[in-house]
Design a binder for this molecule. Structure first.
Ligand code: B12
Ligand code: SF4
Length: 519
């Protein structure tokens, strides 16, 4: 067998439960590697408390020389520790970083270059180059092969697959031909999620959202911005494969916003049709954009098995919806809830506070709107200005406060201030303990960071009480004990390609893979 490549999913120590949805991006990379006969070791560190120890143990035993790590921004402190743990026992190993964080830092650097600025993103990129040997921004399916090649000679290196003109950037046609995520390299049963009692797994049907909400990552990243779709048949084949292989009848669509795609209604009809042919009933859940939502979509989604929609309404205050650049008005949002509920669809309202111009009054408006419109579930987070969001990328140094950056929404002049965060070290700002577990790294002209946290906690408590919605449960992290791994790491942490998965994937190459030159 060829030398394997080790792919690592960095843990998300800040999540309430780390094994709800698996990271599909790196499983797509694993699938193309297998398809090309490259064996993969998949180290899934989600929910593993003593993950650095696990990494050291595995790196000592593994014959892999190249270690690819995936990370979003809040996973970065752990990703850095993973890379250091690998190097501590295997100094000659090559570490490759891919995923949303490096993609967004890459996009922010390009933006700075265009404006002639040597700013925060440029510094963040330099720091990443000190820790990782190869950095891959954007689509990983072709770029990973270049990364493995480059890793032999030129480190540190930066590969830019987040560039539509590059042959590494996937077209919709290429996306349709690629293998499905290598879910067999993950302990699927350890991921727990249900939709109305149906055990569910996630999938991504299409990539990209063209909107420009101020807090949303990737507004200058073509990978996250440009809509790339797969054919309905291809999406339905993936669902069928997941249903037949894992026996799940629930599907969580992780497309940014399902209804930015005009073909969505046709897809819903296809999904309904396949259930009729298979004699099964599926339950689905996914995201939609409020002002684009209409009765036909609601009807077809329900008929396809949707019972839940997640909608990023964000705020109940019209001034905040303007400052976010959300495009949906409060009336659009209320109307969307009404259409959904008429069609039998439950809505989880995704709300956030800490936007430019946020004040006690706008937070109150959010609370009032939730209580008035009564969504079936809701979530309130505090905004963090990640690299790659307009709130971060367009911010300038505060005129008097050191270490503070200010974003100003150009149309209203409302401001959002953010403390500078070293994203390779700090992670404790996402959903910790919902009662007292939040940290805010932002403040506005009307509210301090502490006031935002207190207001968030109050809205969550009061609205849950008013609507009778319980708090989300959390699941404690697991510890890897040596007794669990007398014969190597257990299969909920480490899975490897076997002869069967390689042959199977390899025999699919001609059917699914388009050579770079033909894209
Ligand atoms: C599904 C999802 C989730 C799920 C599951 C997360 C997961 N582990 O996959 C849940 C609900 C848990 C989640 C939570 C959060 N998420 Co989220 N999520 C997404 C979403 C909608 C889809 C992810 C996906 O599968 N994309 C499709 C795959 C194909 O892309 P990909 O993962 O980037 O992988 C490709 C490349 O990056 C690359 N690649 C990836 N890894 C590697 C590794 C190597 C070695 C190589 C070579 C290449 C490579 O190749 C892959 C294939 O092309 C994205 C938005 C989006 N459209 O991507 C947001 C997104 C990733 N989430 C985001 C955020 C902010 C969060 C939260 C922090 C939420 C919050 N603050 O409220 C948490 C943090 C979770 C975490 N673990 O870090 C941001 C990340 C921004 C950032 N700076 O990192 C995104 C980009 C949304 C956005 N536009 O702002 N999320
Ligand atoms: S928040 Fe939703 S609508 Fe806005 S840019 Fe992001 S994905 Fe698009």
């Amino acid at each position: 067998m060829k030398t394997p490549v080790c792919l690592v999913i960095a843990p998300s120590v800040f999540l309430l439960d780390e094994r709800v949805f698996m990271s599909l991006g790196i499983l797509r990379v694993a699938a193309v590697l297998e398809q090309h006969g490259v064996p993969v070791e998949l180290l899934d560190l989600s929910g593993i408390e003593n993950y650095e120890e696990v990494v050291r143990l595995h790196a000592m035993q593994s014959t892999a020389v190249q270690f690819g790590i995936t990370a979003t921004t809040p996973q970065m402190p752990a990703a850095v520790k993973v890379a250091k743990a690998i190097k501590s026992v295997r100094p000659a190993a090559i570490t490759i970083l891919g995923g949303p964080h490096i993609t967004l830092v890459g996009a922010a650097v390009k933006r700075e270059r265009k404006s002639g600025i040597d700013g925060r993103a440029t510094a963040a990129m330099a720091a990443l180059k000190e820790t990782f040997d190869v950095l891959v921004a954007g689509d990983g399916e072709s770029a990973v092969f270049l990364a493995l090649e480059i890793a032999k000679s030129e480190c540190p290196a930066f590969i830019d697959a987040d560039e539509p003109k590059s042959s590494l950037f996937l077209t919709s046609a290429a996306l349709t031909k690629l293998p499905f995520p290598a879910r067999h390299l993950i302990d699927v049963d350890s991921y727990r999620y249900t939709i109305d009692g149906h055990r569910a797994l996630s999938l991504i049907a299409q990539l990209g959202c063209p909107f420009e909400c101020g807090f949303c990552g990737g507004r200058s990243s073509p990978m996250l911005r440009k809509i790339r779709t797969r054919s309905s048949d291809n999406i339905i084949s993936e669902m069928t494969e997941v249903y037949q292989r894992y026996g799940v009848t629930g599907f969580m669509f992780y497309d940014d916003e399902l209804n930015v795609n005009r073909e969505m209604v046709a897809l819903m009809r296809g999904i309904r049709g396949v259930q009729e042919r298979l004699g099964v009933e599926w339950r689905l859940r996914g995201f939609a954009k409020a002002e684009l939502f209409n009765e036909e979509q609601a009807r077809e989604m329900y008929a396809a098995g949707f019972r839940w929609l997640l909608i990023g309404f964000e705020s109940g205050a019209p001034s905040i919806l303007t400052n976010i650049n959300k495009k949906a008005t409060r009336d659009d949002n209320t109307r969307c809830l009404e259409i959904a509920s008429k069609a039998g669809l439950k809505v989880k309202a995704l709300m956030s506070i800490g936007h430019p111009g946020e004040s006690a009054g706008t937070v109150r408006a959010t609370e009032d709107w939730l209580i008035e419109t009564k969504p079936a579930d809701f979530d309130v987070t505090i905004i963090t200005t990640y690299p790659g969001t307009p709130y971060y990328d367009e911010a300038v140094r505060h005129d008097s406060l050191p270490g503070v950056w200010t974003y100003t929404y150009r149309k209203t002049g409302d401001r959002l201030h953010a403390y500078d965060v070293d994203y390779t070290r700090v992670a404790e700002y996402y959903k910790g303990n919902p009662d007292g577990g939040y940290h805010a790294y932002v403040f506005t002209d009307a509210m301090t960071a502490d006031e935002l946290v207190r207001a968030r906690d109050r809205v969550e408590r009061d609205v849950r009480a008013a609507l009778g919605i319980p708090f989300n449960p959390s699941a404690p992290a697991m510890r890897y004990e040596h007794s669990m791994g007398q014969f190597g790491l257990p299969p909920n942490i480490l899975r490897q390609s076997n002869a069967q998965s390689l042959t199977q994937a390899h025999s699919d190459v001609r059917n699914r893979w388009i050579p770079l030159a033909e894209r």
